[in-house]
Design a binder for this molecule. Structure first.
Ligand code: DGJ
Length: 521
């Protein structure tokens, strides 16, 4: 294998994607540190230990343009070196966040020499004539400066990490977009908005017509499915946001491209999500990779490998569904750090093959947080999970309401899950990861759900268990524990994942299917 292929990279596999690290699929069981934690290496010391104690395999930490390039052309890469050394000393991998032109839709992490020079690096204007805290996405000069600094960073990572692969991916910027208005009104943006829609965008929309998000396709079709014209003519009332998405994504793409030219790692762009259906662009950052704008980002940013949601919304499953697409693997760089995390990760891995799961503010996670147990289990199961990723042989369940039922096909079996208890403020919700490890054999890991199998869509299980056992994994190998039967399986029809995290392995008896269920259920 040559060095370029050997680098951490994404691979399409079956119906999904894999992150390949040192020749093996790797799922990041991660956490993101608070924004300022990585600005001091001494401050990071206890955080590395905490990450190890919480069974993380990857830590997500920022790199700050203002500290990396305090004066134009003068670089201080000690944080890059120190963070990589810190991660290695603790056996952890890293995703680095490039806090540069955008951090939560402002330019607060741009160096002072950039912030102070509004002539050279003009600001976006939500209201004409009034500068905002963000540099305009139409500023070539800022894009060039940001890309040049990022390229220096990537060059250094390549030099010191080209062999060891401590750094697995880079996030380019953080929650880009504009707050306060659907469109930037500064002079540069007004001039760009006066120009035509680039034909490369409409050509992309035409060639992906069937796959476009409903909102974007609707806007384009309602305006007449035009291939040329002004932004208003081609996208009607959605013109402002599509314009912002195009220019923001182009900018981020050029930064990513410069970085990849120095050292090619997977590149991620994350999104501050639309918080509810009533919100209009500008109430969330207009132009960011929200789910309605994913196609525009895909067209504009070919060097960005992953568009990633920061998920703080209650509908975790809905967001995961929206961001798992044939052209985009799921990658969750930020999520809530409450008890839900312990089950949400099982769902994200099982239902969507997520490449990364990371609660935000991992520095604050108590050592007895239930996520630790989920991460410890997933670590032990990783060889099996990695092998099945993208094969359509995994499923995931996650409870978001008091009483829920799920159905899904897994291999030749119809799988039906049901919650066993209601939600509670501090309680870990029900959730499970289900793996089809053989034609009639399944591994189930989770809590608070009952699972049944049948051979056809049915409210009643029509197969019996050949055997069912609890157990655990050690380095990918199944270690049997108790054999379950009788009351513990509702007399042979139900795999019960109880309140505590449980792992079961079951073999179904296909020799007698379908059987008629006679018992009570
Ligand atoms: C989302 C941002 O991306 C993070 O950097 C951080 O500011 C969190 N919000 C805080 O909740």
């Amino acid at each position: 294998m040559n060095a370029a292929n050997d680098r951490p990279h994404l691979e399409r596999h079956g119906s999904g994607y894999r992150l390949v690290v040192d020749g093996r699929p790797f799922v990041m069981l991660a956490g993101e540190v608070h924004n300022s934690s990585a600005s001091g290496l001494a401050y990071m010391e206890p955080i590395w230990d905490r990450a190890v104690d919480l069974c993380l395999n990857t830590l997500i930490v920022p790199l700050y343009w203002e500290l990396i390039e305090p004066a134009e052309g003068q670089f201080d890469l000690s944080l890059v070196d120190g963070l990589i050394a810190g991660a290695r000393a603790h056996g952890l991998r890293l995703v680095l966040l490039w806090f540069a032109t955008w951090k939560n839709a402002t330019s607060s992490y741009a160096p002072a020499w950039v912030k102070a020079d509004v002539g050279r690096f003009p600001r976006a204007q939500a209201v004409p004539g009034q500068d905002s805290h963000a540099i305009t996405c139409c500023c070539e000069e800022a894009c060039r400066a940001d890309a040049a600094a990022f390229s220096v960073v990537m060059q250094r990572i390549g030099e010191i990490d080209g062999e060891e692969h401590t750094v697995l991916a880079m996030q380019v910027e953080n929650e880009a977009g504009l707050l306060g208005s659907s469109r930037d009104r500064c002079a540069l943006a007004e001039a760009a908005f006066g120009g035509p829609v680039p034909e490369v965008l409409t050509a992309y929309l035409a060639s992906h017509h069937g796959q476009l998000t409903k909102v974007l396709r609707g806007a384009w079709v309602e305006a007449g499915t035009q291939s040329t014209g002004s932004w208003g003519e081609v996208f009607g009332p959605s013109a402002d946001e599509v314009f912002m998405a195009w220019y923001t994504a182009r900018y981020v793409d050029r930064v990513a491209e410069a970085g990849k030219a120095a050292y090619a790692l997977p590149m991620v762009a994350n999104a501050w999500l639309i918080q509810n259906e009533r919100q209009v662009p500008g109430q969330y950052p207009s132009g960011g990779p929200v789910h309605t704008m994913l196609d525009v980002w895909r067209a504009a940013a070919p060097h960005i490998d992953v568009l990633a949601p920061d998920i703080y919304l209650p509908d975790f499953r809905g967001v995961c569904e929206a961001y798992t697409r044939p052209d985009n693997p799921l990658f969750i760089p930020e999520a809530r750090r409450d008890a839900r995390a312990a089950s949400a990760v099982l769902y994200a891995v099982g239902a969507h093959g997520t490449l990364c799961y990371a609660p935000f503010g991992i520095d604050d996670l108590a050592i007895d947080h239930p996520l630790r147990e989920s991460y410890a289990l997933l670590t032990q199961m990783m060889p099996v999970i990695g092998e099945l990723q993208g094969e359509g042989r995994t499923a995931g369940l996650f409870q978001q309401a008091d009483h829920e039922q799920w159905v899904t096909w897994l291999g030749a079996y119809y799988v039906r899950g049901e919650t066993t208890r209601s939600l509670g403020p501090e309680r870990v919700p029900g959730g499970a990861l289900i793996l089809a490890v053989g034609p009639d054999e399944f591994v189930l890991a989770g809590r608070g759900v009952d699972v049944q199998f049948s051979t056809m869509p049915s409210a009643q299980p029509d197969v019996e268990f050949l055997w069912l056992e609890t157990g655990s994994y050690a380095d990918g190998e199944w270690v049997p524990g108790r054999r379950l039967n009788g009351d513990e399986t509702a007399h042979g029809s139900t795999v019960r994942l109880r309140d505590e995290l449980t792992v079961c392995r079951v073999r179904l008896n296909s020799a007698v299917v379908p059987i008629r269920h006679l018992g009570r259920w």
